[in-house]
Design a protein. Structure first.
Length: 82
């Protein structure tokens, strides 16, 4: 927090106004969670592999169908939570 006093002229004379400005300080984490980042990398690698595997249109249609099924289940879960 930075503090400063500014003097403002009024009809009664000078008035000191104290100003405080809070700054967002970045805190360096003491440790990193390795398991979480590894899981993210695995899911990204799987997504890339799924996109590369499709060599024909029929394979691509099957992959897109599976993706749509997961989207539908996610939508159903959202509705259940509401």
């Amino acid at each position: 927090v930075s503090e400063d006093v500014t003097h403002t002229k009024t009809a009664m004379g000078l008035i000191g106004i104290k100003i405080r400005i809070a700054s967002n300080e970045k805190v360096v984490p003491e440790f990193k969670l390795k398991g979480l980042s590894e899981q993210k990398q695995k899911t990204e690698d799987e997504k890339i592999k799924q996109e590369i595997i499709a060599k024909t249109e029929s394979e691509q249609i099957k992959i897109e169908g599976e993706k749509m099924k997961t989207l539908v289940t996610l939508e159903e879960e959202e509705q259940e939570l509401k």
